[in-house]
Ligand binder design. Sequence first.
Ligand SMILES: Nc1ncnc2c1ncn2[C@@H]1O[C@H](COP(=O)(O)OP(=O)(O)OP(=O)(O)O)[C@@H](O)[C@H]1O
Length: 358
Amino acid sequence: MARIDLDLSHSYAAHPQGDEDYALLPLKMTFRDGGAYALLGPSGCGKTTMLNIISGLLVPSQGSVRFDGADKTRDTPQQRNIAQVFQFPVVYDTMTVGENLAFPLRNRKIPAAQIKARVGQIAEMLELSHQLDQRAAGLPADAKQKISLGRGLVRSDVSAVLFDEPLTVIDPQLKWQLRRKLKQIHHELKLTLIYVTHDQVEALTFAEEIMVMSRGKVVQVGTPEALFERPAHTFVGHFIGSPGMNILPIEAAGGMALLGGQPVALPAGMQLAAGQLKLGIRPEYTRLAAPGQPGVVAATVEKVQNVGTYQLLTARVGQHLVRARLGLEHDLPEHGAATGLAVLGPHSCFYRNEELIA
Ligand SMILES: Nc1ncnc2c1ncn2[C@@H]1O[C@H](COP(=O)(O)OP(=O)(O)OP(=O)(O)O)[C@@H](O)[C@H]1O
């Protein structure tokens, strides 16, 4: 296992002109030895580019990659001792499940008894024990992908295991199980795991730390709790959560706030920095309240949806839509009704130029 330090940028263009020519803008990042990380962001934000630079499939156009302090920028994946699991299964059809799992160890001339023990351990973790003697040919895609995951995890001497959207071909029920399994496996094997996904649920269930990326930039590195409670950037607020954070323009106005154009008294003790800001409040923390109270904005109900385990209320504040996630026990106002939404309180986040300031 290794600590991995990146200090680099990358452009696929021969002569990059501006920021838009960079797949990765200048960044400094550290992956702790033994940590479980997710690289999360929408399509095209640079996740695969970063993963390929870590693995050695790609050399960054500027900067360095270090493993335990040693410069690995130009080393191949083999020299870096990296295991990788891709989106689609990489499995030898002519071999049995057990032989497939053993393959990376046999290649390294590990003694047979050790191979047997480790293959047994990995097969058990992935619930493949009953299939060890079965040929891989003819197995469904998700069983084959489990084998690929097992092959990625079977060596204990790798610097890191990299996963690039590994659950894409897996059906939803098994996907749910495997996400949890991977977390448990990380706990037991203590490997450094770096996992690329555009699916927040996948990232949030698996990783200890999540790196959220947007347009070639790492906009926040944090625990799932930190990303939820204190998004460092409005992009993270939008991107994480279901639905994402409510974002409204806010401005201090003589001891009050202008919120979406509406004067609202600040709750006791709350101070607002001068200038044009944005308020971020999660739908989970947005509550119905009587208009006119401090921190409560007047709103008109647009829609109420029963989403099974909660109700989602969508209301209009001026030209902005605000959502509240409310328990099933609430008797909610109907479409068109005037209501109030408590949006200023301990869970409010404030942004200037999209960056969290308070
Ligand atoms: N080989 C390449 N040559 C030129 N541009 C590339 C190449 N690979 C990726 N890009 C560009 O670099 C940017 C980042 O792409 P990258 O594949 O790293 O993003 P991603 O977040 O992994 O997206 P996805 O989830 O769609 O794979 C995109 O604008 C993409 O078009």
